[in-house]
Write a protein that binds this ligand. Structure first.
Ligand SMILES: [Zn+2]
Ligand SMILES: [Zn+2]
Length: 153
């Protein structure tokens, strides 16, 4: 088998260029731009709701997609091996049929939904994120430095 097992999952951004994240601690959805998330100055992401640093902010949608893609890829690789065996054994005393390509799990596109989020700007970091409207009223933690902003715009 080739060890070239590489997958890329692109998380679609919404119309404003924000991608959906979910806090692993409290389950709160929020959004940030990939350029902010991947910025070298941003080492950790803080949840705007609970203020904790999460291990990862991958939503269940992304996980499900990753699982489906991995499964499909694995089945394809096995199928390829069978195909090779089929060719190898074509003239021998044993014949081998690979059969049809395996059916794929549906790879559902990730919904970039959860639209009821408002863009707030964090003056501390000069960055923006999208959070639930209630958070922009009660004050929320800056996802990039963890400071609580009481008056965010
Ligand atoms: Zn949280
Ligand atoms: Zn900040």
């Amino acid at each position: 088998m080739s060890d070239d097992f590489h997958m890329e999952i692109s998380i679609p951004a919404d119309n404003d260029g924000y991608i959906l994240l979910q806090c692993p601690n409290c389950g709160t959805f929020f959004k940030a731009t990939p350029s902010d998330i991947e910025d070298d100055g941003v080492l950790e992401l803080f949840c705007p709701s609970c203020g904790l640093v999460g291990e990862d902010y991958i939503t269940e949608d992304v996980l499900e997609l990753a699982m489906a893609m991995a499964q499909n890829k694995a089945m394809d690789m096995i199928h390829e091996e069978f195909k090779k065996m089929e060719r190898q054994f074509r003239k021998g005393p044993v014949t081998f049929k690979a059969g049809k390509r395996p059916k794929h799990e549906p790879e559902n596109p990730i919904r970039s939904g959860i639209e009821a989020l408002e863009i707030v700007s964090f003056p501390c970091c000069k960055r923006t994120a999208k959070v639930k409207p209630i958070l922009s009223m009660t004050g929320c933690y800056c996802p990039f430095c963890g400071v609580k902003n009481y008056e965010v715009e």
